[in-house]
Design a binder for this molecule. Structure first.
Ligand code: PAF
Length: 283
């Protein structure tokens, strides 16, 4: 099947308008490329549930801090295209930075509150960059549905809030975290890990699984958070724990008791790589 590549935002929007006029539904999978099986799961869902599946590939500079990995973030457009064609995507939208942020660009979207917690405390401005670019992608692609992986749970909550607050007509579809056999959540950044650090990193998943058991058996959230910090802290490859604990999945605030659904979430530095992971426990 023919897969079209569009690089110009104006052409993307005209194409989407035409498709919507024809009564076709559009599924959007926003990505920064370096695609792995987690992304391809989202693409397959978008293909299955919509007439047209659009995958955007854009390494968005505004969501990276000054000391983060923007310049070394993995880029492999050709490899990504092959994977997307095999997964059945219809359109790849791969704009360049100049057309996304032309001279004089001055607007942004900020989802206060949710953006300042968890990762937001360690990556100031990150979610403002994410919300702004996702808003722009929604305006260009005009998707019926948009697909996001739950590994970036906070990103999902920020975008859900933006959709609600700004009356956007898109349905956000939450998709499960895809894991390696040893439980490691797939991420484009896993390739930064040395072999030794990669072998140690599944401590994150094991900690989440044990913590989920504790929650299910009624242990209070603060005791579970304590266990998570002690377990992760005992692994020498974990250089820093940015956060590890039990949070309310709606507000992302720290939980104290054991009632209601819990989000177990972790951000750690392993070697030189920042890894995040989470598990949602519905009781
Ligand atoms: O999750 C990502 O890859 C990015 O944050 C997104 C949603 C594509 C925005 O740049």
């Amino acid at each position: 099947m023919f897969m079209e590549t569009i690089r110009n935002p104006r052409i993307m929007k005209e194409t989407s308008k035409r498709l919507l006029m024809q009564g076709r539904s559009i599924g959007l999978v926003p990505t920064m490329g370096a695609l792995h099986s987690g992304h391809l799961f989202l693409v397959k869902e978008a293909v299955a549930e919509n007439d047209i599946a659009v995958v955007s590939i854009f390494v968005n500079p505004t969501q990276f801090g000054p000391n983060e990995d923007f310049s070394k973030y993995p880029r492999d457009l050709e490899g990504d295209m092959e994977k997307l064609a095999a997964a059945g995507a219809h359109i790849v939208f791969a704009p360049d930075a100049g057309s996304m942020y032309p001279e004089g660009f001055s607007s942004s979207v900020e989802v206060k509150g949710l953006s300042d917690k968890l990762c937001g405390r360690f990556r100031p401005g990150h979610f403002k960059g994410v919300a702004t670019v996702v808003n722009k992608l929604f305006n260009m692609v005009m998707p019926t549905r948009a697909y996001f992986g739950q590994k970036d749970f906070q990103q999902i909550r920020v975008i859900e809030r933006m959709i609600l607050d700004l009356n956007m007509g898109v349905e956000l579809i939450r998709c499960p975290i895809i894991r390696e056999q040893d439980g490691m959540a797939l991420s484009s950044r896993n390739r930064y890990l040395s072999d030794g650090d990669r072998a140690s990193a599944p401590i994150i998943y094991r900690t989440l699984c044990s913590a989920a058991e504790m929650i299910r058996s009624g242990t209070a959230a603060d005791a579970v958070a304590d266990f998570m910090n002690r377990t992760l802290g005992s692994e020498p490859a974990v250089r820093e724990i940015q956060y590890a604990g039990v949070y309310d999945p709606q507000t992302l605030d720290e939980k104290k008791g054991s009632s209601g659904a819990s989000l177990l979430a972790v951000a750690v530095i392993v070697g030189n790589t920042r890894l995040i992971d989470n598990m949602l426990v519905e009781v």
